[in-house]
Design a binder for this molecule. Structure first.
Ligand SMILES: Nc1ncnc2c1ncn2[C@@H]1O[C@H](COP(=O)(O)OP(=O)(O)OP(=O)(O)O)[C@@H](O)[C@H]1O
Ligand SMILES: [Mg+2]
Length: 505
């Protein structure tokens, strides 16, 4: 639309446009918006009939979204409208006005103009940037000269605004739909049948999970790395009454205090250098839902105090703010440390510990639930990305025996990774011993299997090397598994090096 044309929209027209923009911007449902736009068009132009058409995605076909007359009744035969005009506007992207269509040479080819006695017409495009996404059409079959040039300009300006609102509403509707689908998909992922395990220890932990689903009590999940702490936290959320709201997770280990604080609680504009605008904290985002605080044992005293307040009063304050915000959040925390020890040594507040730890869920390590290994393997074979396309659904007994024998310092996550690896390596439809990663095979080869004729020294050496490998070189973990102190392990390693040097000499 040119500025010359725009000048024709008088003050009254401008005010009407302003009012209309207020109305249509507040509507988020596409269907409702189409109807409202049509009402406004008909009432401001005094047209007899009106029509709103939108190009459908992805077909690109022009579809009628609303077609009605001034009595707000649907038009019975919307096809009794000049197709010539519609396609002209769609192709040119320009609006058109005619006050006597029957004598207008531009429409001399239009059957419907003649047939249905259409006299006055305005048709304007709905445009998103340069694209014409649809059109608005109004006509009158009873009167010539119903519309003026001013009406056309007015309608074109109106259509520009309406197009933006329509695009927004359609985008929002699509996002809402997608969001719903994604949420359902996530919920499905955390259904109980996807949490695998039959061993007594694991079932005991799972029975606690089931008991806390419906309540809001804070839960502390304890377990070694990779034992399923986050999985359990999500299962509690997605199987409980809060599932429609957000599940928010924050890793609290090894983060600078100020960073963690502004992540959790947000900040007020100007709270510190760099706080250019207000920022919402994760606790606010989790309102109505669940907050998973991972590695809770690492948080600083200042954050411990703020967290206590959330748990005690359901209130928090953004950094730099004096006002409190009420939040309704279920807190699930996790740690692989001994939190009681942290309390005893004064690093963790006792009052917070009791608030967080109303219910404890202790997840067993994979070593303690060896009997679940075959089940878990089968589960991961079903979920491993490449397994389906390669048709792999078996593990040979020899390989399974090695997997059952291994010490799994990385627990279920490590097992999941090993199966994914083996699936990639496997040639046939069965996973064989040679498809397993080296660290698993060698752990077995050099493991504590007793071979007669071996010296005590030799056996100890093999045991230490195998354990070191299974702990990926982590000496502290190795010592723990061997039941010796770190110092003893270091001493023994020194001795082994010495032995090697002697035997090589
Ligand atoms: N019982 C189970 N059944 C099926 N999959 C499981 C089970 N437990 C854990 N997993 C899977 O193992 C992986 C590790 O689990 P998760 O991330 O929950 O462990 P974590 O205890 O939070 O580990 P970390 O301490 O390292 O953060 C995930 O992919 C999870 O889906
Ligand atoms: Mg985790």
């Amino acid at each position: 639309m040119s500025t010359e044309e725009l000048k024709q929209v008088d003050k009254e027209g401008m005010l009407a446009l302003y009012d209309i923009s207020q109305v249509i911007n507040s509507i988020q449902e596409p269907e409702e918006l189409f109807n409202r736009v049509m009402d406004l068009v008909i009432s401001t132009t005094k047209a007899e009939r009106g029509l709103l058409m939108i190009k459908e995605q992805p077909s690109g076909e022009l579809a009628v979204k609303v077609a009605r007359n001034f009595q707000r009744r649907p038009i019975e035969n919307p096809d009794e409208i000049s197709q010539t005009i519609l396609s002209q506007v769609m192709e040119s992207g320009e609006g058109t006005l005619t006050s006597d269509a029957k004598t207008d040479p531009r429409f001399s080819g239009s059957e419907s103009v003649m047939l249905y006695n259409i006299l006055s017409i305005i048709c304007v495009p709905l445009k998103k940037q340069d694209q014409t996404i649809g059109l608005i059409y109004v006509d009158s079959r009873t009167t010539r000269n119903v519309f003026t040039e001013r009406d056309k300009v007015f309608l074109a300006a109106f259509a520009n605004m309406a197009a933006i609102s329509i695009e927004n509403a359609r985008l929002q509707a699509r996002l809402r739909q997608e969001n719903l689908i994604l949420k359902e998909e996530i919920s499905r992922q955390y259904r109980f049948e996807n949490i695998v395990g039959q061993s007594t220890k694991f079932l005991a932990a799972l029975s606690v999970v089931e008991k806390v689903l419906e309540s809001n009590v804070p839960v502390l999940v304890q377990g070694e790395s990779g034992t399923g702490k986050e999985l359990v936290a999500k299962a509690i959320h997605y199987n409980g009454p809060r599932k429609e709201k957000n599940f928010v997770a924050q890793y609290c280990g090894a983060l600078p205090e100020t960073l963690l604080e502004s992540e959790l609680f947000g900040y007020k504009k100007g709270a510190f250098t760099g706080a250019a605008a207000n920022k919402m904290g994760l606790f606010e985002m989790a309102d109505g839902g669940t907050f998973f605080l991972d590695e809770i044992g690492d948080i600083s005293p200042a954050i411990q105090a703020k967290l206590l307040r959330v748990l005690q009063d359901g209130e928090m304050r953004r950094v730099g703010d004096t006002q409190s915000i009420k939040v309704d959040v279920r807190v699930i925390s996790a740690t692989n440390r001994d939190l009681i020890q942290e309390v005893k040594s004064g690093r963790f507040r006792e009052d917070l510990f009791y608030r967080l730890n109303v219910v404890t869920i202790n997840l067993p390590s994979l070593r303690e639930r060896q009997s679940d290994i075959p089940l878990l393997c089968r589960h991961f074979l079903q979920t491993a990305p490449a397994a389906k396309s390669k048709g792999i659904d078996q593990i040979e007994n020899k390989a399974l025996a090695v997997l059952m024998d291994y010490s799994w310092p990385g627990n279920i996550r490590e097992l999941e990774n090993v199966i994914s690896y083996a699936v990639v390596m496997a040639k046939g439809q069965t996973i064989r011993l040679e498809d397993l990663p080296d660290q698993i095979k060698t752990a077995r080869n050099g493991s504590a299997t007793v071979v007669s004729g071996q010296s005590m020294r030799e056996m100890e050496k093999n045991l230490i090397i195998a354990t070191l490998k299974s702990c990926q070189g982590n000496r502290r973990q190795t010592a723990e598994q061997l039941g010796i102190s770190l110092r003893t392990l270091q001493y023994k390693l020194k001795e082994l090096k010495h032995d090697d040097a002697v035997s090589q000499a």
